[in-house]
Design a protein around this ligand. Structure first.
Ligand SMILES: NCc1cc(CSc2ccccc2)c2nc(N)[nH]c(=O)c2c1
Length: 373
């Protein structure tokens, strides 16, 4: 019995949107799903109970960061990530490749792996597909991601082609090194912004028969229509009975467009990160709470939101906290932003089940795009 299985519940008759259930050793979760990012084994400013209360089922952590600090061996000795961070539900870890590549000039890529310098103390390290698997097996997430290369944007056809072929060779090495039975290993498709390479990468990874597939190398600076075009050519190559995970995406509009193209899983640091910069997602677009216009705005953050923050605090109070650098504001904005995205996913799934996803998507985007504060 594979540790992680995707169960298709309903397909939208007019788009590629679908509702499903992702079964994992730490619970079964409805898809489409938004997964909050907890890079260093915590969803920043939130207790696990608060994250669960907001409706999160699967959270993400980061191999690169946890390997450097506190060390994956220490987490293994602590009983694994679920126990270490007191989160008994779903966990997914990224392979560390992307984080190392985003280190820029501090890294050197070869067929064997990637040499990089720690962003913490400058020490030199070497990640290989095998090392990424060992770290992720030690961490013990329910889903581990293959070690891949995410090409920079833009990337020439030849570079993207050589890169995806190395990513496939690395995926085979990951499969050979991944021996943990209670953890699923997802492959990651690449191919840059080249439609034929996107199809080729997906076909090569489907031939390796992974239990689920990440779609990597998107939302790396390209225009959104180009990201959507790459989804249009990638998703049809992926099996219907496997989960599709668009990595590092995204904002409300990207979630809706990704679901419409058959994506099941999303993650993004945005809701938590922008909260710490005083930005809130609202049903009428973004609100930058530090702006002077909110100094005497005694209305709730989002008139159509029923989260704890919107039920109890005004924009003026949130702006005051932000200007005073009071820690509470980071928590209140994180609660709101996570609620917006998790609630959006719940509403999207219900719309798919009731055959009204197309209408829901149009109504949301008309309103969301309306007043960009
Ligand atoms: N959207 C850009 C992006 C983001 C992530 C990171 S997603 C993430 C972040 C934190 C924790 C878990 C997953 C990626 N990860 C991998 N392995 N490959 C990619 O191409 C890629 C592209």
């Amino acid at each position: 019995m594979p540790p992680v299985q995707y169960e298709l519940i309903k397909e939208c008759p007019r788009t590629k949107a679908r509702a499903g259930i992702l079964h994992t050793p730490h619970g079964s979760f409805e898809t489409p799903i938004f997964m909050p990012v907890g890079t260093q084994a915590t969803v920043k400013t939130m207790t696990p109970e608060e994250v669960r209360e907001l409706g999160a089922g699967i959270i993400l952590s980061n191999t690169y960061h946890l390997y450097l600090r506190p060390g994956s061996e220490l987490v293994r000795q602590a009983g694994g990530l679920h126990r270490f961070m007191n989160w008994p539900h779903g966990i997914l870890t990224d392979s560390g490749g992307y984080q190392v590549f985003s280190l820029g000039p501090l890294r050197k890529i070869t067929e064997e792996g990637v040499q990089f310098k720690s962003h913490i103390d400058g020490s030199t390290h070497f990640f290989t597909p095998e090392k990424s698997m060992q770290i992720q097996m030690d961490l013990g997430a329910d889903i581990a991601m293959a070690f891949d290369e995410c090409p920079p944007y833009p990337a020439e056809f030849e570079y993207a082609k050589r890169s995806l072929e190395m990513t496939t060779r690395w995926a085979k090495r990951c499969q050979a090194a991944h021996t943990r039975e209670d953890q699923a290993l997802f492959g990651i498709t690449q191919g840059g912004m080249h439609a034929d390479l996107r199809r080729e990468s997906a076909r090569q990874l489907v031939d390796l028969d992974f239990p689920g597939y990440g779609i990597g190398g998107l939302s790396v600076g390209e225009p959104k229509p180009l990201m959507y075009e790459m989804l249009d050519v990638t998703v049809p190559e992926l099996p219907k009975n496997k989960a599709r995970y668009l990595m590092g995406v995204g904002s409300p509009d990207c979630l809706l467009e990704g679901v419409a193209r058959g994506v099941d899983m999303f993650d993004c640091v945005l809701p938590t990160r922008v909260a710490r910069n005083g930005l809130a997602f609202t049903t009428h677009g973004k609100v930058v709470i530090r702006n002077a216009e909110y100094a005497r705005d005694f209305e709730r953050l989002d008139p159509e939101c029923d989260c704890y923050t919107c039920r109890n605090y005004s924009r003026a109070y949130l702006r005051h906290l932000y200007k005073a650098e009071e820690i509470l504001v980071y928590r209140l904005l994180t609660i709101h932003n996570l609620h917006v995205l998790l609630n959006l996913m719940r509403n999207i799934r219900q719309a798919i089940l009731e055959d009204r996803f197309v209408e829901y998507k149009k109504a949301f985007l008309d309103k969301y795009g309306q007043e960009n504060h």
